[in-house]
Design a binder for this molecule. Structure first.
Ligand code: HEM
Length: 461
């Protein structure tokens, strides 16, 4: 790029400044950087960064990461300048688990796979999957009795994994995969964020957590591989599960189809992306509702008016508007912890010139609890989503629970449907009462889930 000597010596007020001008988060330690602060209190640390600027430098060990703290800059990264970014270090670390599935891939490969997979998450398809969501929810609600104390964390994780695996693999051939997912996915999800944020070197330490993780990853991969191979050999089944749809998919532009390995990576990605996120949303919903009996009463009255006596179906979902506000509010409060990108070419962000290869990150959790954007941001207040209050609020750009642009969550309608059906089915039958003396603690993983949410089951009038 050519420039005159005048431009070089006397930058105009709009010229981007260099990376060196970006404020650093306080508290870095030699060699470790901010790793300890991130490890000790990731959510508090990420939320504190907004006090230092709209772009803040954090050191992961010795590697600099530039954290974006405003909705405007998140929009720049995810939408306006999206072509100058690829997925960053976090996703490199996920690759051994989820291969080159949608969440990890970039460029034309990602575009082509997204075109093939998007129709599998259309409204019509989700209406089809919703029968599984509804029957799993009825089975779960039917397995409880008054007086039971249920820890909602594992209970909702079980429901999410069950629903997802039955949506992925509906036939006999898929049974080993469903069982392997039930057994191994919880082990993998527990350790995922720690793995992704730590140096690769630590993966090799011969400690129990690493051994369990590696074994679970290898077994899950092997079983899904086997199922894909057998399903391919068996030929078209006429079924509508995701496995069958992936094997039959074809890119409308290039005509390409997925190889067995690519189908395996996409199935694993959907499992990783869809299980914990959904489970945490469901578990927090019951906790938050118990703190607001007025909101719970409104939601239950709405369920009874809209659904009546039969099972909750996809048709009821758009009508359950008070429940929608509750779910929106739960995902605002307990959302995705940290997302990363890496520049592929020179980029100007917030007036700063970022060279290619710069690691950029943003926390939707921190964004959604910014007191500059949300009144009483830590308060569970579903009515903030009423249209009249939204008009006066920060607007949709400040609320991006599913991301934005070409990497926006492919499962947003899926989870909205699944969460609504599960919550409505359970609330109609049971009242869940928090165990006295217990306050759930937030644990940062892909999302902010709870350590445990024990609740007592009581029959609802
Ligand atoms: C409350 C539940 C969920 C939340 C909060 C959530 C959030 C997100 C976010 C923020 C992203 C964007 C990541 C980025 O920009 O780097 C994403 C991507 C993705 N999500 Fe979700 N998600 C949820 C549920 C699901 C479910 C149920 C599925 C599948 C059934 C799913 C599948 C995916 C996939 C495949 C991607 C990658 C999309 C791409 O890069 O093209 N998610 N999700």
């Amino acid at each position: 790029m050519s420039s005159t000597s005048e431009e070089q010596t006397a930058p105009s007020p709009t010229s981007p400044t260099s990376l060196a001008s970006v404020p650093r988060a306080p508290g870095a330690m030699p060699l470790l950087g901010h790793a300890l602060a991130l490890w000790r209190d990731p959510l508090g640390f990420l939320s504190s960064l907004r006090h230092h600027g709209e772009l803040v430098r954090v050191n992961l060990g010795t590697m600099p990461m530039y954290v974006v703290t405003t909705p405007e800059l998140v929009h720049e990264v995810t939408v306006r300048q999206v072509n100058s970014f690829e997925k960053g270090r976090f996703f490199d670390r996920l690759r051994p688990l989820a291969g080159n599935g949608l969440a990890n891939s970039d460029g034309e490969f990602h575009r082509s796979h997204r075109r093939m997979i998007q129709p599998m998450f259309s409204r019509d398809r989700i209406t089809g999957y919703s029968e599984i969501m509804s029957s799993s929810a009825r089975e779960l609600a039917g397995s409880w009795k008054p007086g039971d104390v249920i820890d909602l964390e594992p209970a909702m994780a079980g429901y999410a994994v069950e629903t997802l695996s039955r949506t992925l693999f509906s036939s006999e051939i898929g049974l080993p995969a469903v069982n392997a997912v039930r057994e191994h996915l919880p082990v993998l999800l527990t350790n995922l964020l720690v793995r992704a944020a730590s140096p690769k070197l630590l993966d090799r330490l011969p400690i129990r957590a690493n051994r369990e993780f590696d074994r679970a990853a290898a077994e899950l991969r092997a079983v899904i591989d086997e199922v894909v191979t057998r399903a391919r050999a068996a030929g078209p089944t006429g079924r509508d599960d995701l496995l069958s749809l992936l094997l039959a998919a074809q890119d409308p532009d290039s005509g390409t189809r997925l190889t067995d390995e690519e189908a395996r990576d996409e199935l694993s990605t959907i499992l990783f992306a869809g299980a914990e996120t959904t489970a945490a949303t469901l578990a927090w919903t019951f906790h938050e509702l118990a703190s607001r009996p007025d909101v719970e009463a409104e939601v239950v009255a709405e369920i009874r008016a809209v659904v009546g006596d039969g099972p909750v179906t996809a048709l009821h979902v758009p009508e359950l508007k008070a429940l929608r506000r509750v779910i929106d509010e739960v995902i605002r409060l307990h959302g995705v912890t940290l997302l990363m990108r890496r520049t592929t070419e020179p980029v100007t962000l917030g007036g700063v010139a970022l060279p290619p290869g710069t690691e950029v990150a943003f926390s939707l959790y921190a964004l959604h609890r910014d007191p500059g954007l949300y009144e009483n941001p830590d308060r569970f207040d579903p009515d903030r989503w009423l249209p009249e209050r939204q008009a006066a609020g920060p607007g949709r750009r400040a609320y991006v629970p599913f991301g934005a642009g070409n990497r926006k969550c492919i499962g947003d309608l899926f989870v909205w449907t699944e969460a609504t059906i599960a919550i409505a089915t359970i609330l109609d039958r049971w009242k869940l009462v928090p165990l006295a003396g217990h306050t759930p603690r937030e644990v940062a993983s892909a999302v902010a889930h709870a350590d445990s949410i024990p609740m007592t089951v009581a029959a609802r009038e």
